[in-house]
Write a protein that binds this ligand. Structure first.
Ligand code: 6PG
Length: 456
């Protein structure tokens, strides 16, 4: 009998299964088309059993059965659940390890509760490598049932020093919510690195190699992160065909699979301003406006610059910090909105290894929560960064004003909104009251007033 079954043996599912096998678990595997299962059977791993029929796969599992889904988000997950329903019994556990939309997970959780089946939304981050060697894992669902999957998920997770990068997140779809916003932060930091590349390339005139060396040096300090590290490798890679730098041979268009869009939509629904995350998603949309860009494109003007590498570093550090802060504050907001009771320090902790946004900055965020921080923007050392580095962010943006820097400028706009004495919202109130009698609030008295605008 197997300890756990994995459904979906694409690269991610296969690697998760291998990770479980490497940790001494007996694993059953099932895939919609049998050839993938056969490939794994052919590897002759003693504690792996592959099945062509889902009934046989189910019959091979110890009870309560534990099933880990690694199938594409959306309809495929519902289809597998429908297949499983008649074969499972009360007490069995289904875990969805894909990037499912958290409200789908809420719905599936409710639905399966009626059959006594425990459903877990399991955020998994770390790509193919992480799945095999240790991802960051964000499981959510019934807290008591979690006890019977905690060990296996913890065992296969990444470790930071000795701390496992897996923790129980909360009820229903909260694990997938946490993964979704993780990706929102991921988009923002990726875009900030892309903008840093543009600044170094077009203001300082750096080559790809020089940009890589600059980022490599930065990665020894405060901005250290997995994304900075892989960016260095991407910039140094040579093309096999032309011998140019590979990055110069890649089309200037970026796709996405939806999690960044969901983060932006959700932030708006929560009425929380996650502008850096949203701008990063919009930057990907713009990159795809190929015909429009062709109609407007102008060659970059080479120009002299007054900014230093250190100022660019400080601007990046500040914008990156704000991107993480917006993401964690979004968690804080969702936690109270959905009554999830999220442990924000634990979330920061499990992001320190295995996942795509692993970064030194997370250690600071943990300290902030240890010190009782609530809104991270009010935490003294983060506020101090804003005070200290905003002038460098401004200098960089002014100097690089001709470049498309949506996330750097979103960071500056956000800071300007925080620091401004007047946002112009008084005028908005006047306009709203003028055309819709929406009332306005006065500075010298409580309550709401209406005014007959323009009356003589
Ligand atoms: C991770 C990544 C991963 C992500 C894909 C697709 O944490 O391992 O976030 O789950 O979903 O890399 O991302 P795109 O939306 O950019 O295609």
């Amino acid at each position: 009998m197997s300890d756990i079954g994995v459904i979906g043996l694409g690269v991610m599912g296969k690697n998760i299964a291998l990770n479980m096998l490497n940790h001494g678990y007996r694993v059953s595997g099932y895939n919609r088309s049998f050839d993938r299962t056969q490939l794994l059977i052919d590897e002759n791993i003693p504690s792996f059993s592959g099945f062509e029929k889902i009934e046989d796969f189910i019959a091979s599992l110890e009870k309560p059965r534990r099933i880990f889904l690694m199938v594409p988000a959306g309809k495929p997950v519902d289809a597998v659940i429908e297949q499983l329903k008649p074969l499972l019994s009360a007490g069995d556990i289904i875990m969805d390890g894909g990037n499912s939309y958290f409200e789908d997970t809420n719905r599936r959780d409710k639905d399966l509760q009626q059959l006594g089946i425990h459903y877990f939304g399991v955020g998994v981050s770390g790509g193919e490598e992480g799945a095999l060697h240790g991802p960051s894992i964000m499981p959510s669902g019934d807290k008591q049932a979690y006890a019977s999957i905690a060990k296996i998920l913890t065992d296969i997770s990444a470790k930071k020093d000795k701390d496992p990068c897996c923790t129980y997140i909360g009820p229903e779809g909260s694990g997938h919510y946490v993964k979704m916003v993780h990706n929102g932060i991921e988009y923002a930091d990726m875009q900030l690195l892309a903008e840093t590349y543009l600044i170094l390339k077009y203001t300082l005139g750096y080559t790809n190699g020089e940009i890589a060396s600059t980022l490599e040096a930065w990665n020894q300090g405060e901005v250290q992160s997995y994304l900075v590290d892989i960016t260095v490798t991407v910039l140094r890679e040579k093309d096999n065909v032309t011998e140019n730098d590979l990055v110069d041979m890649i089309l200037d268009v970026a796709g996405n699979k939806g999690t960044g869009r969901w983060t932006s939509i959700e932030a708006l629904r929560q009425e929380y301003n996650a502008s850096l995350l949203t701008s990063a998603y919009q930057a990907r949309i713009m990159s795809n406006q190929i015909d429009l860009r062709k109609a407007y494109v102008q060659a970059n003007q080479q120009k002299t610059t007054n900014i230093t590498v250190e100022q660019i570093h400080n601007a990046y550090q500040l914008a990156k910090t704000i991107a993480f802060v917006q993401g964690f504050n979004l968690y804080r907001d969702a936690s109270s909105k959905y009554a999830w009771n999220l442990n924000l320090k634990e979330i920061a902790s499990i992001f320190r290894a295995g996942c795509i946004i692993q970064a030194k900055l997370l250690q600071r965020i943990m300290h902030a929560y240890d010190d009782g921080a609530d809104d991270l923007l009010l935490y003294p050392s983060i506020k101090q960064d804003v005070d200290q580095y905003t002038s460098d962010l401004k200098k960089v943006i002014i100097d690089a004003i001709d470049l498309p820097l949506p996330v750097f400028t979103a960071a500056l706009t956000y800071i300007n909104q925080l620091t401004a004495e007047n946002l112009g919202a008084n005028l908005i109130q006047g306009q709203r009251d003028f055309f819709g009698a929406h009332t306005y609030q006065r500075i010298d008295k409580e309550g709401f007033e209406h005014h007959e605008w323009g009356a003589k």
